[in-house]
Design a protein around this ligand. Structure first.
Ligand code: 5GP
Length: 130
């Protein structure tokens, strides 16, 4: 069965898309830790990040760099924090989170409640920075 993230790539489930190429897709996390919290995934369905082939894994980090640079321009922050958990969705993904302090990337803190309009505005701003 297709993962929820594969359904997002295919457009069967809506997402706030940030970037896409042949191999990767980036979109806003629906329950963000911070404004601009983005997920980068390979289009290939693989559960565990470190099961990806070397080239696909390396390319995913280069793609993430491009997305992170755009988030930095769109969302004021000290830097983009990077995290990999994968405990909820069995489709490899990298979290890119704008941070100013270590606690900003704590996954046990309450998630932000943002309106659709706010999410769309953030996605538009990041996309324009790519
Ligand atoms: P993890 O698997 O890394 O523990 O967490 C999965 C992440 O995916 C969570 O931060 C969660 O908010 C996000 N997520 C889960 N389902 C969806 C969805 O349908 N759309 C989007 N945009 N994000 C999702």
């Amino acid at each position: 069965m297709a993962t929820i993230f594969s359904k997002i790539v295919k457009g069967e489930i809506p997402s706030y898309k940030i970037a896409e190429d042949e191999h990767y897709y980036a979109f806003l996390d629906i329950n963000p830790l911070a404004k601009g919290h983005t997920l980068v995934i390979p289009k290939q369905e693989t559960d565990y990040l470190f099961d990806l082939e070397d080239d696909l894994l390396a390319g995913m980090m280069v793609f993430s760099k491009k997305v992170a640079r755009a988030i930095e321009k769109a969302v004021p922050c000290k830097r983009i924090g990077v995290a990999v958990l994968g405990l909820e969705v069995p489709h490899a993904h990298i979290h890119l989170v704008p941070i100013n302090a270590e606690s900003d990337i704590s996954f046990s803190k309450p998630k932000l409640q943002l309106s659709k309009e706010e999410m769309q505005a953030i996605a538009d701003k990041i996309r324009q920075s790519i």
